[in-house]
Design a protein around this ligand. Structure first.
Ligand code: HPA
Ligand code: ZN
Length: 342
């Protein structure tokens, strides 16, 4: 099964560039840029990762601390190029990559330096590893609406290099409706739209409704709590909205997180994909390891794993021709391994 999953052509739709830093990279970049960190060795970072409080806030506090070691366009280039190399090793042939502009511009790094560095990494990575990618800028939802609008202004010269708008970060007290005007403007400017609805937040279900009814998103990141509301599930299926849950795990977890609920989403006919979110910060790592760790305890067959891979291409923002080309490659792979896709 592991070999089958490893060879499966895959797309990754929920991955944050800032979450790809491995402990060694945190220390290397931190020292190079003179960033003051509460740890001076990779094992210190590993310990901090294991000890951090469970839940979104504990994760994010650590995530932004280590993300601040990325300081220059050259850093973004390096990190992005290395990510695409790792995608190649996982047979991830296409990635839609999140980045958090405000987390960097608020530290004085110009928006242009961030985008130019990442784009150079994507171009070099495409040439070196044959991995294709598109960029999604995320609103940090705890920041102001004005700050999000300013981000859209800064993105304007890069419009053709950023495919979509997302929204992430601290969800409690920051409902999707806060950013209705920002999403409306982004839609007008031609961006595709997605938003995080993290697991077990206060009012998770209401937030998913707001995302589809008020923000008009094409996709929902995480969205696991939708299964609590049959009318919401029916609407997500009817509109064919793709959801991107992340069954990640930490060394201290008994297994991949939320896999029973994610299996329920799959069985309800929702278009779900499996995603690694922040592979440098979870022990689940990248998709080959994550999907292998999830498959057996979830009871997914090879045909199910094939369906999940197809969902990711279908739910992506590639054009129809590219989607069909990738899906044909997945089907050919499955058939050559004696798997009849469902
Ligand atoms: N949720 C919210 N914010 C994030 C995440 C996430 O999964 N990953 C990185 N920033
Ligand atoms: Zn995420």
């Amino acid at each position: 099964m592991r070999d089958f999953i490893a060879g499966l052509p895959k797309a990754e739709l929920h991955l944050h560039i800032e979450g790809t830093l491995r402990p060694e990279a945190v220390v290397r970049l931190g020292q190079r840029n003179g960033v003051d960190l509460p740890f001076d060795s990779a094992s210190g970072v590993v310990r901090a990762l294991a000890d951090r409080p469970a839940g979104l806030e504990g994760f994010l506090d650590h995530h932004y601390l280590v993300g601040d070691t990325i300081c220059t366009g050259e850093d973004f280039f390096e990190v992005t190029h290395e990510l695409l190399e790792t995608c190649r090793l996982n047979n991830i042939v296409y990635v839609e990559l999140f980045f958090d502009p405000q987390a960097h511009t608020s530290r004085g790094i110009p928006f242009d330096a961030v985008v130019d560095g990442i784009q150079r990494g994507l171009e070099q990575g495409r040439a070196d590893f044959a991995v294709d990618a598109n960029l999604i800028m995320c609103i940090n939802r705890e920041r102001t609406v004005e700050s999000a609008l300013e981000m859209l202004d800064q993105a304007r010269p890069h419009r053709d290099r950023i495919i979509g708008l997302g929204m992430d970060s601290y969800e409690e007290g920051n409902p999707p409706r806060k950013f209705v005007d920002v999403f409306a403007r982004a839609r007008q400017e031609g961006y595709r739209l997605t938003a995080h609805c993290d697991v077990d937040q206060t009012k998770s279900v209401q937030h998913i409704w707001e995302c589809i009814d008020l923000l008009g998103v094409d996709r929902i990141d995480h969205g696991v709590n939708c299964i609590e509301d049959p009318a919401l599930v029916a609407e997500l299926v009817r509109r064919d909205i793709c959801l991107t849950p992340c069954p990640v795990w930490r060394s201290t977890d008994p297994g991949p997180q939320d896999i029973d609920r994610i299996r329920t989403m799959y069985d309800l006919g929702l278009r779900i994909t499996l995603n690694s979110d922040d592979p440098g910060e979870f022990d689940s790592g990248y998709l080959t390891d994550l999907m292998t760790g999830v498959q057996d305890p979830s009871g997914y067959s090879k045909a199910d794993m094939t369906r999940l891979a197809i969902n990711a291409f279908e739910g992506s923002w590639l054009d129809r021709v590219a989607k069909d080309r990738h899906i044909a490659a997945v089907l050919e792979y499955a058939t050559s391994h004696g798997v009849a896709p469902t």
